[in-house]
Design a protein around this ligand. Structure first.
Ligand code: AKG
Ligand code: FE2
Length: 341
């Protein structure tokens, strides 16, 4: 039985926009982010593969984030998705809103949402959130892109399944441990996109509330205008992926499953001065009815379970029912450490 959890008031929908202490972190240009070569992770050369798995484990442990190259998603497919989104976000917001519902489990949700600019004023942006697996949902407007969206989502799901195989191995678990423990074949996948308006006053540019994602892993790409920033060592890093590279974040369900060894990363989507920015975010998580708990193989006397189990559905509904700043949602399932005498 999953534990009953009270939702703190500040996470309820009526609370609206959330300010966060992460907003005060400075943005640094001085960094070198981990890059994982997907072709090495799937290489038939055991040495190459083993090295790539070690690098993957390091990236998950030290950053909770990496750039993925040679992933095999055709550029034409990515472009087609962005073309569709461009048309979708050109629709009047009221029309966009009519394409979907309002409940967190509605398969299509879209319309306008808000973030704060630097002076604290709400700024409107377009968004769409689709549930794309195990059932695939996608509006038919604008027409003719459904097959591309389906294909992109399938490719992303396959990449994440392969990455999670490597993650299992990097932890010394069986390659299919995470896939089995999460019932990944029926995993809960979403396709999310946001359209940030250009910011006419660069000094006021800002972004959505810093947060961690609810799933196992998230893959992010954009219309070539980079703006997904990630927290590392108390600073904001803007990784600026090389052309075609995908950004990968580790998420809350992976933190729970690894008992905190691979922690979910805090990130935010940022507005860019004078240019419209469209981000494309794909989250892949456990099957909705699976209760996710720390892997027994990673527990011992000095590493007791650090999180209580919830089903993915419970966790997702809690995560989406408010505006969870930072890791507020994960904090709800964290077990307080026992005081030692
Ligand atoms: O829009 C972005 O750049 C990131 C969005 C994001 O983090 C999310 O949708 O979970
Ligand atoms: Fe996110």
């Amino acid at each position: 039985m999953a534990a009953a959890i009270a939702i703190p008031r500040e996470l309820k929908p009526e609370s609206g926009l959330v300010k966060s202490s992460y907003d005060n972190f400075e943005i640094t240009e001085d960094y070198s982010v981990p890059i994982i070569d997907f072709s090495l992770l799937t290489s038939s050369n055991p040495e190459e593969r083993s090295k790539a798995i070690t690098e993957l484990g390091m990236a998950c442990e030290k950053w909770g984030f990496f750039l993925l190259i040679n992933h095999g998603v055709p550029e034409s497919l990515r472009k087609s998705i962005l073309e569709w989104l461009e048309q979708l976000f050109n629709m009047p917001k009221e029309e966009l809103g009519k394409l979907g519902g309002n409940h967190v489990m509605d398969p299509v949700r879209c319309g306008a949402r808000y973030f704060r600019n630097r002076s604290g004023e709400p700024t409107e942006m377009g968004y769409i959130k689709l549930i794309v697996h195990p059932e695939f949902s996608c509006p038919d407007k604008p027409a003719d892109y459904r097959d591309s969206v389906f294909e992109y989502c399938k490719r992303v799901r396959e990449i994440i399944a392969e990455l999670l195989k490597g993650v299992s191995e990097s932890l010394g678990l069986e390659p299919d441990y995470i896939s089995k423990a999460t019932d990944l074949d029926s995993g809960f996948q979403r396709f999310v996109s946001q359209c940030y308006p250009p910011c006419p006053k660069p000094e006021l540019a800002h972004g959505i509330t810093p947060h961690s994602d609810h799933s196992l892993m998230t893959i992010v790409t954009d219309n070539g205008i980079n703006g997904t920033q990630t927290v590392h060592n108390g600073k904001w890093v803007n990784p600026c992926p090389p052309s075609g590279a995908l950004m990968v974040n580790t998420c809350d369900q992976l933190e729970i499953l690894t008992n905190g060894k691979y922690r979910s990363n805090i990130h935010r989507g940022f507005q860019v001065a004078n240019t419209k920015r469209i981000s494309v975010v794909s989250t892949v998580g456990p099957s909705l009815d699976k209760i996710i708990v720390p892997a027994p193989g990673l527990l011992d006397e000095s590493h007791p379970p650090a999180y209580v189990g919830l089903t993915m559905r419970e966790y997702y509904e809690l995560h989406q029912s408010g505006n969870p700043a930072g890791k507020a949602m994960l904090d709800l399932v964290r077990i307080a450490k026992k005081e030692t005498a």
